[in-house]
Design a protein around this ligand. Structure first.
Ligand code: GDP
Ligand code: MG
Length: 440
């Protein structure tokens, strides 16, 4: 992958005290290859390399960084710039409803992303969404949106598949106004390829719905094709942003790097999985860091904050950092981790997480949570803060009190100990990263 390739290059230059102009050239060659191999548009690569080279040779020497580190910093900054620099915000209408139109090829992830974003905006911006089902061609497309709608408890407007999509959208807009929905999300049909009939239909839908955002949904797995598709849709529909899906898969990542400079339009959200909460605002700087293998601690913290309330998140962070948490915290932790999604997903976001072997042992067995809770509740507060004191007779008492066995108590204590150890390792790494963000 792009990351692997770039990381290998970075490793070669890490820690070098001195970098000659020849070294820079060599590095640029490797970075150039890495980008081309990752399917980044060749013009984009050319401009990118030129910029990095100019800055690297021009030298903005900082005392705290070695030349090798400086080049990595320049690469990170330029990658960020390439993806648009700043994170771009959603465009809300001053006169409700705000209308978001979803377009893209078949299978790109329009319907899934439409529902994810409706859910995301409802939660974060306190909106009352209505989704319009305007894909009358794909079998079961309407049903798919309705299923997601009822799962999320978001209403779906549909007129079946015998009415013209433009009319469906027109009537859906009327319905939204009548029901005081301040957010309208329009899911449209796709085709396997760019097609004149589809473009015509989408132009008409755009005309009757006056969208505040026209989101092109592209599949990151399609690489350079995604960029061509983006260009074609942008030419006809003047899109306002891109939602890139399936970044959780084994993508080469090149598309994320070229789309902005080819279309001039930003990536606004990324899809990171099939589940309804697997949609994230796109942060160019974090993406650049992720590509360079610096992990994504910020995303992790943000995810924690969205799920838990902010104060609790800060508290948890502090406890994680100091590794001072007790069995009571452990219990709370389990609950919180559960609401944030599988532990493995979270671990994957930590810097250097791929280096952790035996992560499977850390998996929390959801079925055992009640039992865990019972065991911890049967402990005295002294035992909870200092589990080392739990000897054989205490174990017996705890097992009896919680309706479990001594083996269960032992298992829990071991799990707690392992988790604590793992977090210590993690936070050691994360803290190290903060001081030295260039993975050197
Ligand atoms: P549409 O034809 O553009 O409406 O595409 P769908 O929304 O029906 O999605 C096509 C397939 O891609 C479905 O199986 C989705 O679950 C899957 N999908 C969508 N977004 C993502 C994503 O971010 N990650 C993964 N892994 N799968 C996704
Ligand atoms: Mg669809």
């Amino acid at each position: 992958s792009l990351s692997d390739r770039l990381q290998a290059t970075m490793k070669k230059i890490r820690g070098r005290g001195k970098v000659s102009e020849n070294d820079v050239k060599q590095m640029m060659r490797e970075i150039r290859l890495a980008l081309l191999e990752a399917d980044v548009n060749f013009k984009v690569v050319k401009t990118f390399i030129k910029k990095v080279q100019e800055r690297a040779v021009g030298q903005e020497i900082m005392k705290s960084l070695t030349p090798g580190q400086q080049i990595i910093k320049v690469v990170q900054e330029e990658l960020t710039e390439l993806m648009g620099g700043e994170q771009t915000k959603l465009n809300f209408s001053l006169k409700p409803p705000t209308v978001l139109l979803f377009v893209g090829l078949q299978g790109a992830g329009k319907t899934t992303s439409a529902a994810k974003l409706a859910n995301h905006i409802r939660k974060n911006n306190n909106k009352k969404p209505l989704m319009i089902a305007a894909d009358i061609y794909r079998p079961a497309a309407i049903k798919q949106l309705q299923t997601l709608g009822s799962q999320l408890n978001i209403p779906v407007f549909s007129l079946g598949d015998q009415v013209n999509p433009v009319d469906i959208v027109r009537q859906g807009m009327d319905q939204a106004r009548a029901d005081h929905n301040d957010l309208v999300i329009i899911d449209t049909a796709g085709r396997l390829h760019i097609d004149e009939g589809l473009m015509n239909e989408l132009e008409q839908i755009k005309e009757v719905s006056h969208p505040d955002e026209v989101f092109l949904v592209v599949d990151a797995m399609t690489g350079q094709d995604a960029v061509n598709v983006a260009r074609a849709f942008n030419d006809r529909l003047d899109i306002t942003g891109v939602i890139m899906t399936k970044l959780d898969g084994d993508t080469r990542g090149g598309a994320a790097l070229s789309i902005r400079s080819v279309t001039g339009k930003p990536i606004k959200f990324v899809g990171m999985g099939e589940k309804m909460d697997a949609l994230e605002p796109f942060h160019p700087d974090r993406m650049a860091s992720r590509i360079l293998g610096m992990g994504d601690v910020l995303s992790l913290i943000e995810k924690a904050q969205a799920t838990i309330d902010e104060e609790k998140a800060r508290d948890m962070q502090q406890k994680l950092l100091s590794v001072s948490f007790t069995l009571d915290d452990f219990l709370e932790q389990i609950g919180q981790v559960r609401t944030m999604g599988p532990l493995e997903d979270l671990l994957a976001m930590m810097p250097g997480a791929n280096k952790f072997k035996g992560m499977k042992n850390m998996q929390i067995d959801e079925k055992k949570i009640d039992q865990t809770e019972a065991i911890i509740r049967s402990m005295t507060s002294h035992e909870k803060t200092e589990p080392e004191i739990i000897n054989a007779s205490r174990k017996k008492r705890i097992a009896l009190g919680s309706g479990t066995s001594v083996a269960d108590v032992n298992r829990l204590l071991k799990q707690f100990k392992d988790m604590k150890k793992m977090m210590k390792q993690f936070m050691g790494k994360a803290k190290g990263k903060k001081r030295n963000p260039f993975n050197l």
